[in-house]
Design a protein around this ligand. Structure first.
Ligand code: ADQ
Length: 458
């Protein structure tokens, strides 16, 4: 069997120092088996980038970095990826910023990367491309005569057809997607949108085996909900909590990248409604919101940051007392072990995105709980995670009263019901962890094109 080659916008560290969590944990085993290679963007830009991949050997697998000039990187990453595709895919077409040089950079990066990959790839290798930054890669690889099977996984949601059509080059985007052998999504919702977009954009036909027929060939599509290292995260939380004082008041916790898709203002509005409607809880709970800024060179991210500072300041000003601060707001990333303990020692986990591919925080919060005295997860109906985590309190983030009622219900919930909900959520997570996710995707990618998803045992 050939090698597994993973391609993503950002490469893992070349010394393994920041492997904890996420994709690296998911793919390490598969990569170390067959002399695997991870190709990803270099952490820094270069005025005179190398025209070849820069190879590093780790003990477990090789990492090859692709280097970009700073302007090209900004137009491709901050520009097309995060000012066109991210807002469009998250249903925020009002935030799309269209500039011709962004689209050109997006193609140029994929084309250049394809050339560099084509130099090293062999026909029996398996290529797994990750996420919206690199959608055209299979198209350019195939144009260069690369014959191996190429799979793609979309980590973010796929919007409905009308929203997708707001992308100026949407028809090309559909063609680029159709060049993969397998396209994986987080949810059935995304899968259904893909079928509609293929039908409309390329006259694709849904086959009886679940694949899409386009111009005489089949594109496999499937739903592969991503997960976490459930037991590892649980252990981290349980071990760390032993030496940690519980908070003085029952705590609500929110942990997110500071992003307009995460529903942070809506969360604060829900908390404010809760404090207004149920004054008996004032001075009796606190909300800890951890949200490190990301992509802060993009205007929409500056706006969300100041909006949140304003809202949390307002709640603290309106409700706070000398002894009580209703909202504690921290703008920093936290080490994973500290985060795990904070989750475990919080009575309520608040996950309220307006649209989210999956949302791993929801899964981490559940995995971190003490099964004898678990906290309650409040989860947006628009997070991909809501398809699986139906035993959470599911809310509509656009309705502050609904969030307020869910907070009240969570805080009042008897131990028996908390345990029951937690047991259901945890059992599902344990049977569907990150190792299972990557194994299922790779198994499907290795299977012949004409085998439908129902014939590939998960
Ligand atoms: P993200 O949008 O980044 O991921 P999410 O799935 O919630 O969203 O993952 C965030 C990760 O970052 C979690 O592991 C979380 O613990 C960590 N994190 C967040 N804030 C942190 C902080 N302050 N300090 C430390 N760590 C922090 C994209 C998609 C998601 C999809 C994932 C994986 O947008 O929908 O679930 O990819 O496919």
């Amino acid at each position: 069997m050939g090698r597994l080659i993973v391609v993503s916008n950002r490469a893992p560290s070349i010394d393994g120092s920041s492997d904890s969590g996420g994709l690296v944990v998911a793919l390490k085993d598969a990569l170390s088996k067959d002399g695997g290679l991870w190709i990803g963007g270099a952490p820094e830009q270069h005025e005179n980038p190398s025209s070849e991949l820069v190879l590093h050997h780790r003990p477990d697998f090789d990492v090859a970095l692709f280097e970009l000039e700073p302007e090209l990187h900004d137009d491709y990453y901050l520009g097309y990826s995060n000012s066109v595709l991210w807002p469009a895919f998250h249903g925020r077409v009002d935030l799309i910023v269209v500039k011709p040089r962004y689209a050109a950079a997006y193609r140029q990066v994929a084309e250049r990367l394809a050339r560099q990959i084509a130099e090293t790839v062999r026909d029996d290798d398996l290529i797994w491309v990750h996420d919206y930054q690199l959608i055209p890669l299979a198209h350019y690889l195939k144009a260069l005569g690369v014959k191996c099977r190429i799979g793609f996984f979309l980590h973010i949601p796929l919007p409905d057809l009308q929203t997708f059509m707001a992308i100026p080059d949407w028809r090309e985007m559909v063609k680029w997607l159709a060049d993969y052998n397998l396209i994986g999504f987080q949810t059935r919702r995304d899968l259904a949108n893909m079928i509609t977009i293929f039908r409309h954009g390329l006259r694709g036909e849904l086959r009886a085996n679940g694949n899409i027929g386009i111009n005489g060939r089949e594109v496999a599509i499937g739903c592969f909900p991503i997960s976490i290292d459930v037991q590892g995260f649980r252990r981290l939380a349980a071990e760390g909590a032993v030496a940690t004082e519980p908070p003085p008041l029952p705590r609500l916790i929110g942990v997110d990248r500071l992003d307009y898709s995460k529903g942070l203002p809506q969360r604060l509005a829900g908390y404010e409604t809760f404090l207004s409607k149920y004054p008996q809880f004032r001075s009796k709970v606190s909300l800890l919101q951890i949200a490190p800024p990301t992509r802060d060179d993009v205007d929409a991210y500056k706006d969300i940051r100041s909006e949140l500072e304003h809202l949390s300041g307002k709640i603290n000003g309106d409700f706070g007392t000398i002894d009580w601060t209703p909202v504690q707001y921290i703008h920093r990333a936290m080490p994973r072990d500290e985060l795990a303990v904070l989750f475990r020692l919080s009575r309520v986990g608040l996950v309220t995105p307006l649209f989210d591919g999956m949302n791993l925080v929801a899964k981490e919060y559940v995995a971190a709980q003490d099964e004898a005295d678990p906290g309650v997860l409040i989860l947006s109906q628009f997070a991909g995670a809501a398809e699986e985590m139906t035993a959470a309190l599911i809310i509509n983030p656009h309705n502050p009263v609904g969030i307020a009622e869910a907070i009240k219900k969570a805080l009042d919930m008897p131990l028996g019901e908390r345990i029951e909900r937690h047991t259901t959520l945890y059992a599902h997570l344990e049977g569907n962890d990150i190792a299972r996710w990557s194994a299922a995707f790779l198994k499907r990618l290795r299977a012949p094109d004409d085998i439908g998803p129902d014939n590939v045992a998960r």
